[in-house]
Design a binder for this molecule. Sequence first.
Ligand code: GDP
Length: 363
Amino acid sequence: MKLGIVGLPNVGKSTLFNAITNAGAESANYPFCTIEPNVGMVSVPDERLDKLAEMYEPDKKTPAVIEFVDIAGLVKGASKGEGLGNKFLANIRETDAIVHVVRCFDDENVIHVEGGADPARDIEIINMELVMADLEMVARRVDRATKAMKGDKKFAREVEVFTALQKHLDAGHVARTYDGTDEEMALIGTSELLTLKPTIYAANTDEDGFTHLEDSAYYKQVQEIAAKEGALVLPICAKMEQDIAELEGEDKEMFLEELGVTESGLDRLIKCSYDLLGLMSFLTYGKDECRAWTIKKGTKAPQAAGKIHSDIERGFIRAEIIAFTDLMACGTTTAAKEKGLLRSEGKEYIVKDGDMAYFRFNV
Ligand code: GDP
């Protein structure tokens, strides 16, 4: 899974990205400091994997990972080649979802390219750039379908649907708010529109704003916009996350406790992304490796096995499954087996979150 971090310059993207990767990408007080897209990997926190590793003491513990891309260069006019131009658009196109960082803090020492903090205006600027890029794509699609229609009538529907979408975009709306039927949305989904991507608005507040969210007018603005679009909002204090990212174990727990939260903003961001994309994890276990794998909800056993290796999917015979909670209740896999909690599942089995799987396959 790949998430793209977008937002105007100086809203806290690099700060958030740094916290994510804890790797120290440049964070400087001027626009365009992040010139190349930075890519960072972060492991998905999973207590179940930790417990399994305690039990099996494997040689290797491998968590699921999410890839973050810090996408620079989005300014007013970017879709027309301003700033870093169209380059960033290609980077966004490759992501599964967008984390849109919105500046919800005041700081006169940190230049705001548009003057001062104004979340609604900032969101509008970025979304309009994305909408314009989408409009170009949709216009091309309508053109192509119109030509193709002369030879094949089935393209008439495509012309109809994309022309209607074009009107929606033209009115300044993002594609994800288009109220189409399932059939229309499926057709629209065949295009790689930027504003169709699932989006999380990360409201970057200062420390005070974070601890008094109910008083933050900026945060409320973001909430209202997200509610209209069916997007998610995540309040976060990127600066604080950077501090949290440097802590581990008990120190981290104490710091979070002082803030009155149970998990870091990053952990919440990761969980939020999982929800947004309808993802879940299953686990594999053994002496050599305990590992968490990411799949879409509703994935059947052979395709889940295919995440591990295409050979296992091809030669799939059956999956031996124990629910993680059953294992914990029984203490050991042997005890779980004796209680009949190790199940043999076939090709049609839909893997569940927290399933511990062992796949049998023909080589
Ligand atoms: P980017 O251009 O969006 O990547 O923004 P940066 O992450 O480089 O941040 C720009 C400046 O804003 C840096 O000096 C950060 O330290 C500062 N900054 C980021 N988050 C916060 C925050 O929550 N509060 C304050 N006061 N400053 C912040």
